[in-house]
Design a protein around this ligand. Structure first.
Ligand SMILES: [Zn+2]
Length: 365
């Protein structure tokens, strides 16, 4: 989503931005419980009794005050809960940017900002290096030729001092440092004081993007199924056919307990421990085992059509790496392993390594 936002903020005229903000508001009105406090996980006994809470419109975040820019507050990028220790990962033999993104739960484009500010994607990863995930409210920017801290700050509508204040960037507090093209800067997404009305629109949009989405799958189905194009079934395929259809089915029957947000680019589906988890599409298992960075026991399936799906916190795993699985095949069971507060499936869809909103790709049941 940061990629999306980067494009979005950089390229969209603000009339469009405002229109999108209004769209987001319209979406908010369609949801029953935006703005309500949300438990991280819905207990299984609550699953069958959805109780919509009264609509509460979000109020935009208050503008920062004070003569100086406050140091950006890091916001934990976590699988589920804020306030966890930063996610670190030690580079293993054979690792690539893609495998590191999977292990750390990062978008592929954010991995360079877990390595070092001097890192370029042409450089090899160093075995044994300890990588640290950037906070969720930080954007990873690849420096283009001719760019300066000022021009980058202007692009993201933040103050240059906020970029310089991040120790990770290793920039001098004053003066223009020469930036090396292809290296990376962390850009905090915090708006500076003294904003214009246009800034307020952006602020509101960011507020909307930051809202936890707590809604029922039934509403989601109603929203999404209307615009979905029908797909043509390709018929039976050989057992070892490794290619997915691009038409994803729900991996577990349960309750949507966490939606897709900037700091949780996945969905959580709560279900009783032991509920079967199925492959959302045909593909090859590229990971089946334990992950130390919070996923717990997890399975990753490469659908060979640019899409990869990830299933985390599993109790049991029934597949092995290298195995071809069919759509709907049981690959494991719901559990609460890793960074999890109760039985649920954490489900990601990655498109070319970029985390996308599964709700926009899952078919209605
Ligand atoms: Zn999750």
């Amino acid at each position: 989503m940061q990629v999306f936002r980067q494009f979005f903020i950089a390229s969209f005229p603000f009339s469009k931005l405002l229109a999108l903000a209004l769209l987001a508001l319209a979406a908010a009105l369609a949801l029953p419980s935006l703005g309500s406090a949300q438990a991280p996980v819905v207990a299984p006994e609550d699953v069958s009794t959805p109780t919509p809470t009264p609509l509460a419109l979000p109020s935009p975040a208050p503008a920062p005050t004070g003569p100086d820019f406050a140091a950006p507050q890091p916001m934990a990028r976590t699988l589920h809960l804020a306030g966890d220790a930063p996610v670190t990962y030690t580079v293993q033999p054979g690792d690539t940017l893609f495998s590191v993104a999977l292990e750390m739960g990062l978008d592929l484009t954010d991995v360079p900002c877990a390595v070092a500010p001097t890192f370029t994607v042409e450089q090899p990863l160093v075995i044994g290096d300890v990588l640290s995930a950037p906070p969720a409210n930080v954007l990873c920017h690849e420096v283009a030729p001719g760019e300066t801290v000022e021009s980058i700050a202007a692009r993201y509508r933040v103050d240059p001092a906020q970029i310089r204040s991040l120790p990770w960037n290793r920039l001098p507090a004053e003066g223009e440092a020469a930036l090396v093209p292809r290296t990376h800067l962390r850009v905090p997404l915090i708006l500076s004081p003294g904003r214009t009305a246009i800034d307020a629109d952006l602020d509101f949009l960011l507020t909307m993007l930051n809202m936890p989405v707590d809604t029922s799958p039934f509403i989601v189905f109603a929203q999404k199924s209307a615009s979905r194009k029908p797909t043509t079934p390709i018929g039976p395929v050989p057992a070892d056919w490794p290619y997915g259809s691009g038409r994803f089915t729900w991996p577990v029957y349960g309750w949507l307990s966490q939606g897709y947000r900037f700091d949780h680019r996945a969905i959580d589906i709560a279900a009783p421990q032991g509920t079967p988890v199925t492959a959302a599409d045909r593909g090859i298992v590229i990971r089946a085992g334990w992950n130390n960075q919070g996923y717990g026991r997890f399975v990753v399936i490469d659908h060979q059509i640019d899409y990869v799906t990830l299933y985390a916190h599993l109790d049991r795993i029934f597949v092995q790496e290298g195995e071809v699985v069919g759509q709907g095949q049981v690959i494991g069971t719901v559990g609460s392993t890793g960074n999890s507060t109760g039985p649920h499936l954490h489900f990601e869809i990655r498109d070319f390594g970029r985390l996308t909103n599964p709700l926009e790709l899952l078919t209605a049941p």
